[in-house]
Design a protein around this ligand. Structure first.
Ligand code: THU
Length: 157
């Protein structure tokens, strides 16, 4: 038997002002995207913004439904729209923010497992790393690639 370890590296920032201009713009777009959230059940407003390799930013937000499983997370709303509308473009980064009652969560919100798997798929489709920015009011975490949030990715059968 051999014991093995997987380490995850990420960067922490104290505010969007510390990010490079491109990441700052994406983080701010994710915060703006929370305004489009339709969350009558959880009242948890999540926003996501993806950047394409063309530079274009696309926003999405969580959309809930009375039949709960029919709703969808902000991340997948943004990624599915991006891939459906710009199928030739890779998604190079995604930023995620969340708030309640119009107040941004201080600590970053981490994407659910289903959204991580979808990120993995679009990273594979795009053929390049997709960085992930988890945007909170008092700190921001940046991961360079989906593998960092989903080690040992399942990507084929
Ligand atoms: N949600 C997201 O949109 N993204 C996440 O990463 C976690 C959860 C949504 C789903 C649901 O509408 C609400 O947040 C509460 O779980």
């Amino acid at each position: 038997m051999t014991s093995k370890e997987i380490k995850i590296a990420y960067q922490e920032y104290d505010s969007t002002a510390q990010l490079n201009p491109s990441d700052r713009e994406l983080a701010e777009a994710a915060i703006e995207a929370t305004a489009g959230s339709y969350a009558p059940y959880s009242k948890f407003n999540v926003g996501a913004a993806v950047r394409l390799d063309s530079g274009l930013i696309i926003k999405g937000s969580n959309q809930e439904n009375a039949a709960y499983p029919s709703g969808i997370c902000a991340e997948r709303t943004a990624m599915f729209y991006a891939s459906a509308t710009y199928p030739e473009n890779a998604i190079t980064s995604i930023a995620i923010a969340a708030g309640q009652d119009g107040v941004l969560c201080d600590i970053p919100v981490s994407p659910c497992g289903a959204c991580r798997q979808v990120m993995a798929q679009y990273q594979l489709k795009g053929g390049q790393h997709m960085s992930i920015l988890l945007v909170g009011g008092s700190r921001i975490w940046k991961f360079e690639k989906v593998d960092d949030l989903l080690p040992l990715i399942f990507d084929s059968i």
